[in-house]
Design a protein. Sequence first.
Lengths: 161, 425
Amino acid sequence: MIARIKQLEMIIGGTCLLVMFLVICANIVSRYVFNIPLTWVEELSNFLFIWVGFLSALYALSEGEHLRIGVFVGRLSPSARRWIEVFNLIVIILVFVSFVRPSVTLLGTLNTTAAMRIPEAIPYAILPLFMILGTVQVGALILSRAMTPAPDKAAAASDRQ
Amino acid sequence: MTLALILGGFALLMALGMPIAFAMITAGWAYAMIEGFDLQFLALQLFTSLDLFVLLAVPLFLLTSEVMNRSGVSDRIFNFAAAMVGDVPGGLGHVNVLTSVVFSGMSGSAVADVGGIGRLSYRAMLGQGYDRGFSAALTAASAVIGPIIPPSIPMIIFSMVSGVSVAQLFFAGAVPGLLIALALMIYVFVVARRRGYPAGARATLAQILAAFMAGFFPLLTPVILLASIYLGIVTITEAAAVAVVYALILGSFLYRQLSWADLAASLKGVFVACGSILILLPAAKLLGFVLTAEGISQMFASGVLSISSNPIFVLIAINVLFLVLGCIADPNVNIMLFVPIVMPLAAAIGVDPVHLGVVIVLNCMIGLVTPPVGGLLFAICGMEQIPLEEVTRAILPFVAILILLLLVITFVPQISLALPQFIYS
């Protein structure tokens, strides 16, 4: 399930990236070749970029790719490290959960966009999506950390084999 | 009181190894909870912090270096550099530095430099019997040049938080970047003489010409980029898109090394790289909101100025602050969080913000090669399986050289400012 979510994030995010690049190019061509600046390009590409930002952050969350400072916890025992990580994840999931409702109600307060004249709620929908997917993905991380046998024991077991 | 609680909690979460971005979001969230701010307002901040057209240049510059790395451009640049400086004592060491200079003109990130062309130079050096620690240290130290010479992702971030023109920052980095390259090459020359590192055979004129022709189009990338920004034909973001198009044309039509699968893999690589970079901006915005609400930058400015308002003292204080921060966290995080805090201070003593940008970015980059936690050291050690201690010893002279240059660049603003002033006057 998480693998499927991550795959979707990658596909949608990669597509956003590609389309963002293509519309920026289209605008340069249109402006210089046809003398028609495309006014909607900046707005659309900004929105695509924002989606890339949040989707890639979710992806990196499950991959454990986010920047962190490892020097202090690196000195602790593996099991202490594991419980600290679970603690961190619980804090993060609390933040995600408490943002779900406000980010949904935010959508109701928005107007239409300046250039494309679409409801602002469409691009801003990434916010509740980010909070909900974040909750699911961090929840899965907590479960997998809490369920697996302590890494020190697991390591000892694999040493014996 | 609230502020001390929030900052203490934030420091604790960072020490506990929580991802920095989420520690910042948590700090902003906790402040909103305590002070009774609406979370809806914070959610809005998360979105608008990324709603800035110049930021789109970040993934586009990453895409350029991904495509270049997959098109065999690295080999061409390496051969070009080898033909140019390979016959000087310590030849491959100089090649390592020169390839970093050339590659930095098409890439905005130091880690991309180490991972792409840096490894190529490193392996070539090992093959010729160079000391492993020295080779790895040189590879990391020369990658520092990447974000100093334009284009540069940290400078885009600096421009975002300070309001300084990206184009001016880009041009201001050019001369300091070349100066660093020169200093590193002098050091390589001295070490090579002492340890008897080999010089390559002198390339014949025909060979130099052939290498130049092979490398000509990749070498043109930074020229196209800077010229189109300078002439005002395109914005920075559009220039980054043009660089991607150029890299794609080189890779697929001219060199015929780029397949659709490579393009997909490049997009994937950029997506993954974005994951750890972009979320830092909304996160830093939330923490920055706390710092602004509590008036930290005024407190900091008046605190430092009450000790001394001597510009030399203040500049050294800023340098020490960012060197220490650079050893701890990522350049983009440091710039996002701390540049707004030192800007009023720098303005109070009359430092040019463009000059300040170059100094701060260089500080953060030096942090990346300073043991024990420098990110570039980890990158090269991880990729090539080198024990960290070996590189740690070898990097120290490089760090000393870089700090010396930092002082020169700090106290002689003209090194940074002459070029942008000449171009934009």
